[in-house]
Write a new protein. Structure first.
Length: 399
């Protein structure tokens, strides 16, 4: 289900925006309209959808129109043309009362500048939106404390903003948006004012919050690494237009034009590609119930000196070496008593960046395990080829 639908939305700043709109339809570009009329095309026929529970990132350089676009979504700026649907209702057609209600109940906003009230404590800042809604003090404080704990600020509820670090202040801003229990979070350059270390911590915190709360997030940034890290899908803007929408992998591997290519050419693939992109199914494995003789034969046939052991339901048990298998066969040791090697395991969504050092140190391939089931393995060669060739080619190379 789509929580947000933006259809052909255009915003032109100037005295006669409808004339500018006509010029756009006649084929004139942003710079041409500015030169001839003095009007600025902020957003040009933007169309996209955001699914329920999705983190959708809009990125672009300064002046690309991304911040204008997010303000159009909650109608802080009035569009010149187009429609914006929130849960199927067109926010551009709402009267003032309905608009305020929609903002309070459905749209939480997190700003770059934090926007905290300096004379209020953390608790009272977080509860501010609930106070405006007329919720009694005891209930709003209880809700506020729940989200304060959720964002890791328990113990700071009586502190004032000037007593907190930048990262902590932004946590308060996020908590305030969460306290209203809106389905949608609009985040405009929310982490841009933070230093790099705190910024990374806040990115990780947002990912953790999303895994627990599954909000629908519309996130604005000028930083491609941030977009690739946070976004389920990314829209890249230039001169008010959306030039490409796709998953991080799609944008990295298939940039739509030279403009997008210039963005992604220096991206660290290790931070974008995941274990699932380069893993392969084990060439051979043995079921725990089959015994050491079967394991020896399978290793001989495959020309390998070790084999992964799983239950019939593919529950991962470990790795059996040829030496241990032969010893067990000769000494009639049952599988239950055989010493299996413990290998490094990881999940399908682990970035390759986190596995490079591991691959250099471990003796055996890395096992990709989800819900205790063996899904695949990753060798050092798989990681290196993934970084060089990209996801699709690497998978082809290792089929």
């Amino acid at each position: 289900m789509n929580k947000i639908e933006v259809n052909n939305v255009t915003k032109i700043f100037g005295s006669t925006p409808q004339q500018g709109l006509k010029r756009l339809k006649d084929g004139e570009g942003k710079s041409e309209i500015l030169e001839k009329t003095g009007m600025t095309v902020g957003v040009n026929q933007a169309t996209f959808t955001v699914k329920s529970g999705e983190t959708f990132v809009i990125m672009g350089l300064s002046g690309s129109g991304k911040s204008t676009l997010i303000r159009l979504v909650n109608r802080l700026i009035e569009p010149t043309a187009g429609e914006i649907l929130i849960d199927g209702e067109d926010i551009t057609k709402m009267n003032k009362t309905k608009l305020i209600e929609t903002r309070r109940k459905k749209l939480g906003m997190v700003f770059q500048s934090f926007g905290l009230l300096p004379h209020r404590t953390v608790l009272n800042n977080v509860a501010y939106g609930l106070e405006i809604q007329g919720i009694d003090k005891e209930e709003r404080n209880e809700k506020a404390m729940q989200v304060i704990e959720e964002v890791g600020l328990k113990g700071y509820e009586d502190s004032y903003p000037n007593e907190l670090s930048g990262g902590m202040q932004q946590r308060v801003g996020i908590a305030r948006a969460l306290a209203n229990d809106t389905d949608i979070l609009l985040m405009d350059e929310a982490f841009s004012a933070l230093d790099p270390i705190i910024r990374k911590e806040m990115q990780d915190e947002l990912i953790n919050l999303q895994s627990r709360m599954e909000k629908t997030v519309l996130f604005i940034t000028h930083d491609l690494d941030e977009a690739l890290k946070l976004g389920d899908r990314i829209a890249i803007m230039k001169d008010g237009k959306i030039v490409q929408i796709g998953t991080p992998e799609e944008i990295l591997e298939n940039p739509a034009d030279d403009y997008v290519s210039s963005f992604v050419q220096d991206v660290d693939r290790a931070k974008v590609l995941l274990a699932s992109h380069v893993m392969k199914r084990p060439e051979v494995h043995v079921f725990y119930s089959e015994g050491p003789l079967v394991a020896v034969r399978k290793m001989q046939e495959a020309g390998t000196s070790s084999i992964f052991v799983v239950n019939k339901d593919r529950t991962f048990r470990g790795l059996l070496t040829i030496d241990e298998a032969i010893k067990a066969y000769k000494e009639k040791i049952p599988m239950s008593d055989i010493q299996l090697e413990k290998v490094y395991t990881t999940s399908v969504d682990t970035p390759l960046h986190d596995l490079i050092g591991v691959a250099a140190d471990v003796k055996y391939p890395i096992a990709v395990v989800e819900d205790e089931k063996l899904l695949g393995i990753i060798s050092r060669v798989s990681i290196l080829s993934g970084l060089v060739l990209g996801k699709t080619q690497a998978k082809e190379e290792h089929k």
